[in-house]
Design a protein around this ligand. Sequence first.
Ligand code: BTN
Length: 328
Amino acid sequence: MKLSERILTLLSENPDGYTSGNEIAERLAVSRNAVWKAVEKLRSDGYEIDAITNKGYRIHHEPDRLSAGAVMKLLPQTETPFQVAVVESIPSTNDALRLRAEDGAPEGTILIAESQTSGRGRLNRSFYSPKNSGVYLSALLRPTIPAQEALSITTAAAVAASEAIESCCGVDTKIKWVNDIFANGKKIAGILTEAAINLENGRLDYAVLGIGINISDPENGWPAELTGIAGGALGGYPEDRRGLRSLVAGTFLNLFWHYYRNLGGKSFLSAYRARSLVLGREIIVDDGVSRRPATALAIDEEFRLIVRFDGESRETALSTGEVSVRIV
Ligand code: BTN
């Protein structure tokens, strides 16, 4: 974690009082000059930090920024050496992390952005990622599972996201097979898992799990094409939500890691089924070539959606494709 982020974490432990430069320097094992420089950097980033001679520093008004320190605090104590970085703006956290994966970055490398300029979703769609309203996060995984089991990563992430959003934002959520989270009839989060397969052993070299969570509506509203389709977990743009995005990010990662450490145990499968938006519903299955009406019957042990196409008596197991729900 950067010195400036460590200072922020330390100052936020004492929000109402001053923390002396000496104490900060001692606790973080750096010079007072380094503390002063880091505070100046924070100020230039928009943090208002009061300084009084002989008293020290205090955060005057903390902008609602994502904080790597706050996320780190929520991560589980495991053998994984988590590294969390928060960036202001980036084309796509998934693209950036894939490059780092190719360079050998370790499992547990987490990249979170305040905004993305070319956020990507499944099926070559874009993912709208404006500042101040969402969490755009990618996690580098190096799982030892066969490539055909990669769907379990997305499924575990969907359950973890659904649970994290519910507990942090107090809203009921549903999962639309396979990777979308819904609340109040609108899509509030999407997951994009991208993997590199080792052709010699059929296993994954690495996977980049990307998730975009809309916490609130964007400051300037949704673009026309998303109006009525996408929404924020909180609904609207509430003023007082300090620290909520870091809390959601950290809670999500904590829950996800719990499931991920024992992916084969599939402990999240029953929660995935229970939260399904599609089971028992009339749906449209779009395979990119045709759109066919069907009934969603079940989710099997391989996380495939079992459907019966209209006019057929046999059941079909789907492992990819787009599903839209038809309200009947
Ligand atoms: C979808 O809705 O189809 C999936 C959306 C995934 C968006 C996330 S945001 C963080 C990461 N970076 C990206 O470019 N995409 C994912």
